[in-house]
Design a protein around this ligand. Structure first.
Ligand SMILES: CC(C)(COP(=O)(O)OP(=O)(O)OC[C@H]1O[C@@H](n2cnc3c(N)ncnc32)[C@H](O)[C@@H]1OP(=O)(O)O)[C@@H](O)C(=O)NCCC(=O)NCCS
Length: 175
């Protein structure tokens, strides 16, 4: 039986496990995640990044979370670009799960939990996401959580040595 999936706000102590996942997965993630500077792969660099994300959280622009299986940090889920104005109330969602924990339903569960948080705690109305056209696992995660594709953003992200199209996804939250 797989261990349960939880999400919580990121903490400074998450820097080391996040760096360890990203070092191990640098090749596996190359097709899907943008290239990162060298300090992204060190606990110290991740600690600085976490400080910046928590400052964004205090400012209300981001909810930076980690995904847990049992008590182990296995990935991140980030509600970013929060626009809380009453006529917008929207944000975008990003996530990754370390290769050692993939294909056990953790991302699907984590996105479901993030949707609940966006509705109940952040009071949002709409969430958007973007996937590579060939990233079928990520598309499955979104479909399973009620997202629909609504367009293609051409040449929108530089990944693995070239500009790639992004498949755009939307989900209207319970209102
Ligand atoms: C995408 C990602 C977050 C999925 O995490 P995960 O915990 O493995 O996801 P889940 O186990 O919840 O779901 C994976 C789904 O993809 C399906 N899947 C796995 N490999 C697949 C493949 N090669 N082709 C099609 N579907 C595939 C699984 O069967 C499952 O679908 P199901 O629920 O219908 O059975 C993870 O693979 C990852 O972090 N990848 C690298 C970074 C990345 O892609 N980030 C997202 C950028 S948009």
């Amino acid at each position: 039986m797989r261990s349960s999936t939880r999400i919580r706000l990121i903490e400074p102590a998450d820097a080391a496990p996040i760096a360890a996942h990203r070092v191990r997965d640098v090749e596996a993630f190359r097709r899907w995640e943008p290239e990162q500077p060298a300090d992204f792969f060190t606990p110290e660099g991740q600690a600085e990044r976490i400080d910046r994300m928590l400052a964004g959280h205090r400012a209300g622009t981001v909810w930076p979370g980690v995904v847990l299986a049992g008590d182990q940090v296995i990935g991140q889920v980030t509600v970013g670009g929060i626009l809380p104005q009453p006529h917008l109330r929207r944000a975008s969602l990003g996530y990754w799960i370390g290769s050692v924990a993939q294909n056990r339903g953790h991302a699907g569960q984590a996105v479901g939990l993030a949707l609940r948080l966006m509705t109940d705690e952040l009071g949002l109305h709409r969430v958007e996401a973007s996937t590579n056209l060939e990233n079928l696992p990520s598309q499955r995660v979104l479909r399973r959580n009620g997202f629909s594709p609504y367009g293609v953003a051409h040449s929108s992200i530089f990944l693995d040595g070239g500009w790639r199209d992004g498949l755009l996804w939307e989900r209207i939250l319970g209102d």
